[in-house]
Structure formats: C-alpha cells, structure tokens
Design a protein around this ligand. Sequence first.
Ligand code: MN
Length: 349
Amino acid sequence: MPLDFDPDGAADSDAGVFGLPFSEAESALVLLPVPWEVTTSYGAGTSEGPGAILAASGQIDLYDDQVQDPWRSGIHMRAESPRIRAMNRKGKAAAQKVISAGGVADTPALKKALAEANRLGGELNTWVRAECAGLMAAGKVVGVVGGDHSVPYGAFQAAAAAHGSFGLLHFDAHSDTRDAYEGFAWSHASIMRNALRDIPQISRIVQVGIRDYCRQEAEFVAALGPRAKVFPGREFSRARFAGKTFDETAAEVVDALPEKVWVTFDVDGLDPKLCPHTGTPVPGGLEFDEADRILGLVARSGRTILGFDLVEVAPAPGGKDEWDANVGMRLLFRLAAWTLRSRGLAQDR
Ligand SMILES: [Mn+2]
C-alpha cells in the first residue's frame, strides 16, 4: 500500500475498487467480475453490474463501525475479461432466440441456439472454476461479482475442491431450484439445483428471503430433507409480527449453518426498493441492515466464510441513476468485511 494512502480522502481517479490502492498481489481478498447474463429471462443489465459497482464504489467511506479497517488486508477487483464479455454477447443472442420463441419446439435452428447457449454456459463454469481455484491456491479469499445468478457455479466447485464440505448461505427472493428453466442447462433459475446435484461437498443449503417459487421447487427442496433449510421471506416477517425479535430468527439461520460457509447473495433477496432494476424484483425481502446483521452473526459465530458471490445487481438503463450500484457496492463491502473478519484477516472494532 502506498505510504500516502489516506482512507479518509476522496478516491483517486486511478484507484481500484472502493478507492483502494492495492494490487492483486497485495490483497487478501480478490474480487472476480463476471459480466454474464445469458439466460436472463425478464429484466436485463446484470452483465453491467460489476462495472457499475466498481464505478460507484469510490463513494464509500472506509470507516467501519463493526469491523476494524477490513480494507487494510487488501481488496482488489480484477479487470473484466474481454473473452467472457464476448462469450456473453454470443450466448445472450442465442438464448434470446429461444426465450422469445417460448422454447425450441421442433425447430432445428432453435435447438442449435439452445445447444450454443448451453455450451457457452458450460464454458463459463469451467472458466470461473479455474479462476477461483487459481486464486484459492494462491491463498486468496475470493468474491465473485456477477452477473446473473448462474455465475457462481464454478466458484462452488472450486470451494469444494479447496475446502471440502461446506454449506451455502443463500440470500434470494427465488429458490433457483428449477429444472433446466426454459430448457437452459445453466439457467440463473437452476443454479442451486445444479449445484446440489453435482457438488456433494455442499452439505446443506440455508435459504433466506425466498418468496417467489413454484410447486416443483417447493417439492424439490422438501425432498432434500435436512440438506436444505428454508427461511421464507414472509416467515421472517410473520415471526416478527408475532413478537419474535429479528435476532432470534437470525440466530436460527446461523445455527442452521455448518462450520464452513459460502455466501451466495442475490441482491433481489433485499427489498426491491434497494435493487429496483434487478432482473426479477419481488416485494418483501430483507432490509440492508438485516442482511448485514445475519452476515455479522455468521462471522462472529466462529464459522469460516470461505468466500462469497454477489449477483443480479443491475444498473438503471442508460445510466439514469446509480442507486442499484450504490447499494450493490455497499453490500459488497459488507460481504468483504465480514468474510475477512471470519477469516481472521480483520478484527472486531
Ligand atoms: Mn437468484
């Protein structure tokens, strides 16, 4: 870190994420941007999420009233990969043909488009896995910044290979356990089903904020038995209406988690006032401070947060406003702070 870095000063124009001056080599936490939204079914724009978060992140004040200067361990965001951007454009064009036709039916051209989208999704997974595995092998803590919710699949695989058995703490409005949604093998709406199917090291999934899901998903999750624990968004609310404190319910979330945890955070798990341009907003959801509280309780419980992903942040079309990115970058900082805290790379204040 340069000796003249002033954490209270305005961010330099050439500074990195959060206005920080760290190279990758100097950083304990490396953020991997994945500008990917091939199977986005409703709103678009999440591939612009990492860039918008980076651009907004210089506005943050680095002082943290809960964790002592978590940024001192070094946080660095990699540049976006032009190859992934190009694959996203190609994949999205193919997928849009299938989505606008409402499926492939028996049309050879549409079958080909679907196969192309699936092939590129598989390639993306391989790339994310390799990038994360390389970073983990170098001793880095990894945070993936999407992109839609299909992107962390390879990160889960890398975490499983590096750390063995772990649990997923999944914040989302959606269950994301659809079977090949719209025919796509690697849909954002199927990520948890795919991960639970393919990665036996995921010993448990704990879902928080879920409030928009279909019967097939409810049955799939129920059939997982103790491997899944769901805290539906409205159950959180009902408990509070009945006089239970937020902390009591949050403690149940923490207790449901195993020792090692990967946090997968779909921003639409928050109240949509905090993410109005995300692809599939749903009323209800967590307040920002509630999400922060749960993350803090996990970190302070002695559990290890292996890494995290933040997905589905989408800026307003045409750069109309930066609210989504503003919330997204602040949530990214909370994820970073609590992850570093849980890894012993930052202390409680
Ligand atoms: Mn999701």
